[in-house]
Design a protein around this ligand. Structure first.
Ligand SMILES: CC(C)(COP(=O)(O)OP(=O)(O)OC[C@H]1O[C@@H](n2cnc3c(N)ncnc32)[C@H](O)[C@@H]1OP(=O)(O)O)[C@@H](O)C(=O)NCCC(=O)NCCS
Length: 413
């Protein structure tokens, strides 16, 4: 049975379906979250004939976003989000139909890359998404010392400024700063101005025992050169202040990061700073001497990448190594990608062409997504997750795709 996916025509029903699937507290500001988060022409629904009457059987949405790639180009991508299937009709192929619909629409619109944050790791690999960036959650103590002798001079010219995220103009400043720096921080995903405004929208219900989100900007010569989003949480232990500063988005080049990191471990009444999403190669671990000098360090998946159009995507990024490998791509959800491609990289530039030559490597398209931002995929051969027909061919491909520094994590969307 084919499942029809169409544009949403009832924002209230779309929202109510999401509220059932995600079972959070329903607030008056949910509709505003929908309005700011998702353009009306990017909300899609499924209504199965025998599905629920008052709600949709399934919904998904797409945020128009931009992604910075190895080499510094910043390209439009589809940010897949608001994915949900009514509990009464789960495991009947609604998600699969929505994924096919999404990939077809992207392909028709010439969008070569789709990205997402996964609610569960088992869901999206089967639709060709690969885990493309890791993020670290790191807790460090008040007054932690950061040692970076060759950044001191540059960092000394940087000041910090604490403001409230919802104050006029603040999210526009955050976005402008991230847009300026994205090319230097591959893996960064920049949302629309509305998406940034959404971050500062915190209804009273969400703030019952919390302060509103703040932003700490790093500034040099009157210009924003970085920022962190943060919130302080009170805690008193045996009459001593021991609160936690929770730092979300962390944006900036190394000297700005150093200035910001020093400031967030020196906030009055706080005992711990928890950085929720820094990259696997963030300089912070080097500044403190390694993981053992953190209070806690955990690793999670951040961005998942799907090459909607292998041929177009391959030449969008640059490469730090050369390769010339014939890859048999397996792709069930986007059959136009399936088959043999000669993937080359030379002098930094990549080219992908169709070929009838024998395959050197056979892999699922998700593997190319996993390596697309520079995250290492070399271990997948040893793990038995790709097949190699010419000795050394997979290493050639994986080395060319890998970047010296791991990609930046992206903000949850
Ligand atoms: C996850 C969710 C969208 C799946 O929808 P669904 O309509 O039941 O999925 P489908 O019936 O189309 O399943 C497609 C395939 O994915 C698999 N799958 C679905 N959900 C899965 C999960 N959570 N973990 C692993 N595999 C899953 C199915 O087994 C099926 O596999 P098959 O092709 O080998 O048969 C749905 O369960 C849901 O809404 N969950 C809560 C919200 C959520 O997690 N959304 C994702 C946001 S990132």
């Amino acid at each position: 049975m084919s499942i029809d996916v169409r544009l949403s025509q009832d924002a209230q029903k779309y929202l109510a379906t999401d509220q059932l699937v995600w079972f959070g507290e329903v607030t008056d500001s949910d509709a505003e979250h929908l309005r700011l988060g998702l353009p009306e022409d990017q909300r899609f629904v499924v209504d199965l004939p025998a599905g629920p009457e008052d709600l949709h059987s399934g919904i998904y949405g797409v945020r128009p976003m931009e992604l910075s790639l190895p080499g510094g180009s910043v390209v439009p991508i589809a940010g897949l989000t608001w994915v949900g299937v009514h509990p009464d009709v789960r495991r009947r192929g609604v998600l699969a139909a929505m994924m096919t619909d999404h990939l077809t629409r992207c392909h028709d619109a010439g969008v070569a890359i789709s990205a997402l944050h996964a609610s569960e790791t088992g869901i999206y690999g089967r639709f060709g998404y690969g885990m493309a960036a890791l993020m670290l959650q790191v807790s460090i103590g008040r007054g932690t010392t950061f040692t970076a002798p060759h950044l001191e001079e540059e960092a000394s010219g940087i000041t910090t400024q604490l403001v409230t995220m919802s104050a006029p103009g603040v999210t526009d400043r955050m976005r402008a700063c991230q847009v300026r720096l994205a090319g230097d921080l591959p893996g960064t995903i920049v949302g629309s101005a509305d998406f940034f405004a959404l971050m500062s929208l915190e209804p009273a219900e969400a703030l019952r025992d919390k302060e509103a989100r703040r932003v700490l900007f790093a500034r040099r010569d009157g210009e924003d050169v970085g920022f962190v989003g943060l919130r302080r949480e009170h805690k008193w232990e045996r009459a001593r202040p021991s609160g936690t500063v929770v730092v979300g988005t962390f944006c900036g080049l190394p000297a700005a990061r150093l200035a910001l990191a020093r400031r967030v471990v020196d906030i009055d009444l706080m005992g711990t700073t928890k950085l929720e999403a820094i990259g696997a190669d963030d300089p912070l671990l080097g500044w403190i001497g390694g993981p053992r000098d953190t209070g806690d360090l955990q690793t999670w998946d951040s961005t998942w990448i799907r090459l909607v159009d292998v041929g177009a995507a391959w030449s969008l990024r640059s490469f730090e190594g050369d390769c010339d490998v014939v890859v048999e791509v397996e792709d069930r959800s986007a059959p136009w990608n399936a088959g043999r491609w000669r993937l080359t990289a030379s002098g930094g530039s990549g080219a992908a062409r169709r070929t009838d030559d024998d395959a050197d490597v056979t892999l699922d398209v998700a593997v190319l997504g996993a390596g697309f931002l520079g995250h290492g995929i070399g271990g997948l051969l040893r793990a038995g997750l790709v097949r190699q027909h010419r000795s050394g061919a997979y290493a050639e491909l994986a080395r060319a795709m890998r970047t010296l520094l791991a990609p930046e994590p992206s903000i949850g969307f």
